[in-house]
Write a protein that binds this ligand. Structure first.
Ligand code: ARG
Length: 461
């Protein structure tokens, strides 16, 4: 174990157990690129402001670039006993440049350094997640376009309720995911302020130029308060909230896919490449991917609670508790990416059994509302029409009939308002075609919302 950078004040080496306990390089090592990016901006500013010489600044920048390409190529390995990625890179720079390397940390603390690194890192991750979501939305819209006439039952309480189309159902998820994109964009906007230059907590006596580092790193502005700059992890919480909602949406969708794949439903079948078998039951084809997504939603929500709980009791400014932020938010980001990446091709390759959807829609009296509406359109108050239809449904059930097969005499026993036209009014096709209210399942209405969704997506790409 090398001497600690801060060894001067101490009379002993840090205990090895404590060092291992304290060290974060195992999980913050992944931010090496962003740490170097932040350091290059800092060194540039130090040189431009005359805080260090121009030559030293240039040498530091070259040194940092060399470290970056060596880590990238694998010729420089991260030392697992280093305290964290920030200390590792600074020590490596000093190993390479001697005294010049020691000038990098002028007018900076690890507290603003880690704060800027994490923002830079998460900003890139948000971009990736954004792109994945756009792909997922496109896949859903493309599938929806093929199924505007594919009738299926819509459910409430998991009981067949009213007829919809598969396109209508898929588009519901498109709107959820579009809101997720909005939340991500919003979180990214608020995250994009620069804590570099806040120092340990109280700024610095050097004449630094925080505007410059902020601009070099592509931030909107420097953070306005140095205490807040090093203490704030709201952006991790906010991002994790957005990720939790993405997972919640994928999880609800997964649950439906799991049901639709069952023999009881058989609305869809996953491609063999996206399903798994059983070790004992040769007939099984299991929707493991969707179950894992449903399961992983729990850990992403758990991470949200980790972050909130970590923050709630710590006084300003930096406290070591905050080191716990990274594993939580990294885990959320990693898992969301994995889930979306797997979900897209799984959806794109699934087989849709239109006949089974239609057959399910044809049973369960899902046209009962339409039967009542038929009477309403002939002048009967809705509540009376509702009651008559309920009685007819009960009669059908007791005679083993459906509303389609119930003879007209039976209808007319209830009210003379019924005539032959009732059969057309309650046919599945009519029920769907006529549900053309804005946002409804009729092919016309769904085509309209597909156009709306495409326009909304256009705002994000
Ligand atoms: N590894 C630390 C973290 O992730 C870096 C900041 C350390 N600052 C300090 N004063 N110990 O939070």
């Amino acid at each position: 174990m090398a001497d600690m950078m801060w060894a001067g004040r101490f009379s002993k080496q840090v205990d090895e157990t404590v060092n291992a306990f304290n060290s974060s390089i195992a999980f913050d090592g992944r931010m090496y690129r962003h740490d170097i990016q932040g350091s290059i901006a800092h060194a540039t500013m130090l040189g431009d402001c005359g805080i260090i010489s121009k030559e030293d600044s240039l040498a530091i920048i070259e040194g940092l670039k060399g470290i970056l390409s060596d880590i990238d190529s694998g010729s420089l390995e991260l030392d697992p006993t280093a305290e964290d990625i920030h200390m590792f890179i600074e020590a490596e720079l000093t190993k390479r440049l001697g005294d010049i390397g020691k000038r990098l940390h002028t007018a900076r603390s690890r507290n603003d350094q880690v704060a800027v690194d994490l923002r830079l890192y998460l900003r890139d991750e948000v971009k990736e997640i954004h792109e994945l979501l756009v792909k997922l939305i496109r896949t859903l819209i493309d599938t929806a376009k093929q199924h505007t006439e594919t009738i299926m039952p819509g459910y409430t309480h998991l009981q067949r309720a009213q007829p919809i189309t598969f396109a209508h159902h898929l588009m519901a998820y498109v709107w959820m995911l579009l809101r997720d994109l909005g939340r991500l964009a919003d979180a990214a906007k608020r995250m994009n302020y620069c804590p570099l230059g806040c120092g340990a907590l109280a700024g610095t006596t050097y004449h630094t130029n925080r505007q410059q580092t902020s601009e070099l790193l592509g931030f909107t502005d420097p953070m306005a308060n140095s205490l807040d700059g090093v203490s704030d992890r709201d952006y991790c919480v906010e991002l994790n909230c957005a990720l939790s909602l993405i997972m919640t949406h994928l999880s609800r969708f997964s649950e439906e896919i799991i049901m639709w794949c069952s023999w009881e439903f058989k609305f869809i079948e996953l491609d063999d490449a996206f399903a798994t078998g059983s070790s004992i039951m040769p007939q099984k084809k299991n929707p493991d991917v969707t179950e894992l997504i449903r399961g992983k939603t729990g850990r992403v929500n758990g991470n949200l609670l980790t972050l909130l709980t970590m923050l709630k009791g710590i006084p300003l400014a930096y406290n070591k508790d905050m080191q716990e932020d990274k594993e939580a938010i990294f885990d959320s980001v990693d898992n969301v990416k994995l889930c979306v990446k797997t979900f897209i091709p799984m959806l794109a390759t699934m087989r849709v059994y239109k006949e089974n959807m239609r057959n399910a829609a044809a049973r369960g009296f899902i046209n009962a509302t339409d039967c009542a509406d038929y009477l309403v359109k002939k002048g009967m108050p809705f509540r009376d029409a509702y009651k008559i239809t309920g009685t007819l449904v009960a009669e059908c059930i007791s005679k083993g009939l459906t509303l389609e097969t119930l003879p007209l005499e039976e209808y007319r026993k209830m009210t003379e308002l019924f005539d032959e036209g009732v059969y057309d009014a309650i046919s599945l096709d009519t029920c769907v075609r006529e549900r053309k209210s804005e946002g409804g399942p009729s092919p016309d209405a769904v085509n309209k919302q597909i156009a709306q969704a495409e326009a909304a997506l256009g705002e994000f790409v």
